[in-house]
Design a protein around this ligand. Structure first.
Ligand SMILES: *[C@@H]1O[C@H](CO)[C@@H](O)[C@H](O)[C@H]1NC(C)=O
Ligand SMILES: *[C@@H]1O[C@H](CO)[C@@H](O)[C@H](O)[C@H]1NC(C)=O
Ligand SMILES: *[C@@H]1O[C@H](CO)[C@@H](O)[C@H](O)[C@H]1NC(C)=O
Ligand SMILES: *[C@@H]1O[C@H](CO)[C@@H](O)[C@H](O)[C@H]1NC(C)=O
Ligand SMILES: *[C@@H]1O[C@H](CO)[C@@H](O)[C@H](O)[C@H]1NC(C)=O
Length: 792
């Protein structure tokens, strides 16, 4: 009603407009009754400007718009449906939709959009569904969806996402279903889904996740359905699925070889579990879900022997619908699991089993030689074991001096570690185009020739650790453009292999620990534009040139155990996204003013343990702000510390093993400690009377005068107030003391101190996990948590 009144009023005032109201842009079809305008497949290069103002539905499918400028729809403020599919869109400028507060459905599918900018969707305050599938989105800027508080469905399938940053979907308070299928996601920041409190369904299938993203998913309290199929996971660890309302979990078409028996204990409401098409041989009854209705094990190589009895018995008792069939032994092969009687599930004697195993091995040897015994399936080179169903081949430690040839052409994991190969000539892996993970650790490699990995288009993980490589030529990795995780630790590389990284646009994590790299030269990281994690621990790095770290995405930089004598402040300017900086065990004796300022806005975790640090400028930490959650300064020679009050976001601080001088200059620290809820231990090292006592407990501060932070900017090692502790004599710059009543407290210190509202304070962002090699997934222990605690 209101709408029509407004319209009528407008029409009366502006007669011209009223006359034009019935008019339809050339090339378009208009329906004056339904208020729709369709201009489909007309090669339009811009949004037609003469669309009737009162139009509700505008269909511009199949045009050639390319760019949506700011205010593209100024003339049609009443739109409720806007279809821009297949419009060749590359850019959606900020503010493009600003006037469209009534649109409920926006379709941008099948375009070429690559970045979703902050505020790209501003103005769409009524939007309920946003379709962005089949684009090229590789980056979602935090804040992109900030204004979409009514959105129910967000479709981002079939894009090129690799990583989801913290807060990627912030603002979507009413989202029901988030579709992220068919991307290349291999990494989710811990807070990637923060704020999606109403999300019921999440589709993450057909991505590159190697691990179940337990922590990230705990931010989704309302999730009931999770589609996670077709990800390269090999193992589901202890308590991996921690989703209290989840009823439906799809883990089909993965490479699961095993599940921890407690993998599902924190998913008590699960009713449907799909584990079809994995590599499970002998699944055990899952613990935790009490109301499971169906367990789908179709397409697993299940061995129906006595070890399967617990599962069968459990399914019978709990009336769980068990789907799938036996793969063996021969007399049961093909039999539906749901029809097995317990008495069918038997084991033969140990001797019988050994005999059969031996025969199988013999057969596979014979098969390897004659190459084609159809019964035995694909061939396998001599001196190797190929598990065809698992798509794994292993020739570990079998004395090969050249790479064997003739692996099954569907092999995904190839393990050659521990063979004395010495050298990798070009095209060392013909026919291995499907290999995702290649192990070449401990192969005494001293040379990798250009094109050695030629044709390995699917290669994602490459392990070249613990070899004798001294250099890598520019062509070393050409032929494997998808390489994402590269392990080169424990070699003898004397320089950062920047040139070799150029053909690797997707490289995300680079391990170079324990090499002999002594300097980082300008432009060093430009070879790896997507690099997020760089591990240079235990090298001999003494200089880092400005420009050496220039990288838009670098997130974690591990430089511990090197020979740096100063913080590479200037080089940090080139790393605007750096969140973790590990500088422990470098001989850095002093920290100057604003040492970390260039990375201050992004830095979350800073490690400076065991550096022998003696002095810190009062301004050493200036530039670091509320974002810093961890500061580790343990095992140094610090007698004083700058004011930490500005670091409001700190969640962990390590000051252990510093000989702090418990005297008046340390008063700000003491006050701060009194008012923080952080678990924090600091011990006095001086003066002798209080040595070994806790800073929190010593009495010496009682005699000190409350001052504003000193204005001389260093806390030299030997400075003490030459004032007998009993006298309240102000030093030169301080004001005369007020009678000591209450310390003047600034309201800046963390407010969470008193009431630690665990659920609300964002957990500290964690650097993307280091992937575990996808092998031997037997009951491995829980993945190590961050190691910080251990130092404290
Ligand atoms: C659109 O342009 C293409 C070539 O650019 C042409 O082949 C096609 O006929 C045009 N379609 C219309 C409807 O004009
Ligand atoms: C079980 O898995 C198979 C293969 O993925 C699928 O075709 C089938 O529909 C599933 N059955 C149920 C009941 O989910
Ligand atoms: C793999 O080999 C089989 C026969 O052994 C063949 O049918 C198939 O096309 C091959 N696949 C590829 C990707 O080469
Ligand atoms: C550092 O690297 C060297 C050379 O690879 C290695 O021998 C040594 O064990 C490593 N030290 C540590 C502490 O990792
Ligand atoms: C100490 O913390 C409380 C809140 O927990 C705050 O109100 C007060 O201002 C703080 N005092 C100082 C000195 O920061």
């Amino acid at each position: 009603m209101t709408f029509f009144c407004v319209f009528m009023f407008g029409a009366l005032l502006f007669l011209d407009a009223a006359v034009e109201a019935g008019k339809c842009p050339k090339m378009c079809t208009c329906d004056g009754a339904k208020l729709t305008v369709a201009c489909v497949g007309k090669n339009l290069t811009e949004v037609p400007s003469t669309v009737d103002e009162i139009t509700l539905k505008l269909d511009l499918r199949g045009n050639h718009l390319q760019v949506l400028p700011r205010g593209a729809f100024l003339h049609t403020p009443y739109l409720t449906h806007l279809d821009l599919q297949r419009c060749g869109l590359v850019h959606v400028k900020e503010g493009a939709f600003r006037t469209l507060g009534r649109v409920v459905s926006l379709n941008l599918a099948y375009n070429n959009i690559d970045i979703l900018y902050q505020e790209a969707f501003d103005g769409l305050s009524s939007l309920k569904e946003l379709l962005l599938d089949h684009n090229r989105v590789e980056e979602v800027q935090p804040g992109a969806f900030m204004q979409l508080g009514f959105l129910n469905l967000l479709q981002l399938s079939h894009n090129q996402l690799v990583y989801l940053p913290n807060m990627a979907f912030q603002g979507l308070q009413n989202i029901q279903w988030l579709r992220l299928s068919h991307n290349s996601i291999n990494n989710l920041a811990p807070e990637a889904f923060a704020g999606l409190l109403s999300l019921g369904r999440l589709s993450l299938d057909h991505n590159e996740l190697q691990f179940f993203p337990t922590e990230t998913l705990t931010r989704l309290p309302a999730l009931t359905r999770l589609d996670m199929g077709s990800n390269p996971m090999t193992y589901l660890g202890e308590e991996a699925v921690a989703l209290p309302h989840l009823t439906s979990l799809l883990l089909d078409h993965m490479s699961l070889q095993d599940l921890s028996d407690t993998a599902l204990t924190r998913a008590p409401r699960l009713t449907h579990l799909d584990l079809s098409h994995n590599q499970l041989r002998c699944p055990e009854p899952p613990r935790g879900p009490t109301a499971l209705l169906s367990l789908n094990l179709t397409g697993n190589p299940i061995l129906c022997n006595c070890f399967l009895r617990p599962l069968r018995q459990w399914a019978l008792q709990k009336r769980v619908n068990l789907l799938g069939a036996c793969a063996g032994p021969a007399h049961l092969a093909g039999g539906p699991l749901g029809e097995l009687g317990l008495q069918d599930l038997r084991c033969r004697s140990r001797q019988e089993m050994l005999k059969e195993e031996f025969e199988e091995q013999e057969e596979s040897r014979v098969g390897a030689v004659t190459t084609a015994t159809p019964i035995q399936g694909a061939p396998c080179p001599g001196g190797c074991d190929c598990q065809e169903d698992a798509q794994h081949a292993s020739c570990e430690g079998r004395g090969h001096t050249t790479v064997p040839r003739g692996f099954p052409n569907n092999t995904q994991l190839l393990d050659l570690r521990g063979n004395p190969l010495g050298r990798l000539p070009s095209d060392s892996f013909p026919g291995a185009s499907r290999v995702v993970s290649l192990h070449l650790e401990l192969c005494q490699l001293h040379r990798v020739e250009g094109g050695a990995f030629g044709g390995m288009t699917d290669l994602f993980y490459l392990y070249l650790s613990h070899n004798g490589l001294t250099a890598l030529g520019p062509g070393a990795f050409s032929g494997a453009p998808g390489l994402t995780y590269l392990h080169l630790e424990g070699n003898r590389l004397a320089a950062f292999p920047g040139a070799a990284l150029k053909p690797l646009p997707s490289l995300l994590a680079l391990h170079l620990e324990g090499n002999a790299i002594s300097a980082l030269a300008p432009g060093g990281l430009l070879g790896a534009p997507a690099l997020r994690e760089l591990y240079l621990t235990n090298n001999t790095v003494a200089t880092i040139a400005p420009g050496a770290l220039d990288s838009a995405h670098l997130d974690a930089l591990h430089l511990d155990s090197n020979r740096l004598t100063a913080v590479p402040s200037r080089a940090l300017r080139g790393a605007p996204a750096l969140r973790l900086l590990q500088l422990s065990r470098n001989p850095i004796r002093t920290l100057g003013a604003r040492a970390f300022q260039p990375a201050g806005r992004s830095l979350r975790r800073l490690y400076l343990d065991g550096t022998g640090l003696q002095t810190m400028s009062q301004e050493a930490l200036v530039g670091l702000g509320a974002g810093l959650v961890l500061l580790s300064l343990g095992g140094n020679q610090l007698e004083g510390l700058p004011d930490l009050r500005a670091l409001e976001g700190l969640e962990e601080v390590n000051l252990l093993h510093n000989p702090l001088r418990c005297d008046c200059p340390l008063l700000p620290l003491r006050r701060w400690m009194e008012n923080t809820s952080l678990a924090l231990t600091a011990t006095c090292g001086h003066p002798p009377e209080v040595r070994g006592q806790r800073v929190r407990q010593v009495e010496v501060f009682k005699s000190c005068v409350e001052t504003s932070p000193p204005t001389d900017h260093t806390v030299p090692r030997s400075q003490t107030l030459k004032v007998p502790p009993t006298l309240k004599v102000p030093t030169g710059k301080t004001k005369p003391a007020k009678p000591r009543a209450k310390p003047q407290r600034k309201s800046k210190t963390p407010t969470k101190s008193k009431t630690p509202t665990k659920s609300k304070t964002p957990r500290s962002p964690r650097p993307p996990r280091r992937p575990r090699p996808p092998r031997r997934p037997r009951r491995s222990p829980r993945r190590p948590r961050d190691r910080i605690r251990a130092d404290m």
